[in-house]
Design a protein around this ligand. Structure first.
Ligand SMILES: NC(=O)c1ccc[n+]([C@@H]2O[C@H](COP(=O)([O-])OP(=O)(O)OC[C@H]3O[C@@H](n4cnc5c(N)ncnc54)[C@H](O)[C@@H]3O)[C@@H](O)[C@H]2O)c1
Length: 265
């Protein structure tokens, strides 16, 4: 028996780094999983891997900025599994981050593209699943935001701004649809290592983050996936409209202590 037996979950960006981890984890814990991603991330390959391992899974190729495609994603979930209990709204235009610098240098097209995917796309996904969840009597939506939503830097102007909007959107879903059984929460990851990008960061960058977190190791996909699974489960029935920072405590200590935690007794 898995904690998510009988539940149906859609994971957007479901074949990406964090998303693939969530797709696998949810399937391992009993959910039927719809792996939703852009065609070039080959969501069908991951769905086939899950199905071959004996799980219930299907793939949807979707660009979440296209409302018709997003509606077709929700329909595919219902056609395959009959219901939608969870949406992990995880897709984001992460490829833009390299061009997302200081606000004076940021190209308007980069900001607009980030907004289209990260905010409009997340909104469209909520819009597509909420009617089904309401008809069923409930559901759980979990968005992946970022530490960049709450902590600004010298770059990632569009990323941080749009990720803050994602958290606001979840609070709005909770406020408008909570009484109809829908819970909406936000995860704000710090650096999460995975084999589709962040593992490849220069070791100096990873070491810089490791010096600032209060855990022996950096985060990995499972650290996000396990929280998504919990938020999808009935055990989380009273968690509503919240933001969960999953960052090894990087944001809880005084800035001046960065790196010194390693030397604590
Ligand atoms: N890895 C980290 O350290 C980290 C930290 C904070 C937040 N995040 C957030 O976690 C989420 C996953 O990031 P990741 O690290 O796995 O990166 P990733 O690039 O592997 O995942 C992003 C996914 O979104 C998909 N995507 C992008 N545009 C899309 C579109 N228009 N339609 C459908 N899918 C689209 C990509 O194909 C990809 O699968 C993102 O929301 C990201 O902002 C990641």
């Amino acid at each position: 028996m898995g904690s998510l037996d009988g539940k149906v979950a859609i994971v957007t960006g479901g074949a990406g780094g964090i998303g693939a981890g969530t797709s696998r984890y949810l399937a391992d814990h009993g959910a039927a999983v719809v792996v939703a991603d852009l065609p070039d991330r080959a969501p069908r390959d991951l769905a086939a891997e899950l199905a071959n391992a004996g799980h219930q899974a299907c793939a949807v190729e979707v660009d979440i900025t296209d409302e018709a495609q997003v509606a077709a994603m929700a329909k595919a979930a219902i056609d395959a599994f009959g219901r939608i209990d969870g949406l992990h709204a995880n897709a984001a235009a992460t490829h833009l981050v390299r061009r997302d610098g200081d606000l004076m240098d940021l190209e308007r097209s980069v900001f607009e593209h980030a907004f289209q995917v990260n905010v409009i796309g997340t909104w469209l996904c909520c819009k597509a699943v909420i009617p089904t969840m309401v008809d069923q009597g409930g559901g759980s939506i979990v968005a992946t935001s970022s530490m960049a939503a709450t902590h600004a830097g010298f770059d990632k102007t569009a990323y941080g701004t749009t990720k803050a909007s994602v958290a606001a959107l979840m609070r709005t879903v909770a406020t408008q649809y909570g009484k109809r059984g829908i819970r909406a929460n936000t995860i704000l990851p710090g650096l999460i290592l995975h084999d589709q990008g962040t593992n490849l960061m220069p070791s100096a960058v990873k070491q810089n983050v490791l010096d600032q977190v209060l855990t022996p190791d950096l985060g990995v996909g499972r650290d996000i996936a396990s929280l998504v699974a919990y938020l999808f489960s009935d055990d989380a029935r009273y968690l509503q409209g919240q933001e969960f920072a999953v960052n090894g405590g990087m944001t809880v200590h005084s800035p001046g202590l960065a790196g010194r935690a390693n030397h604590a007794p």
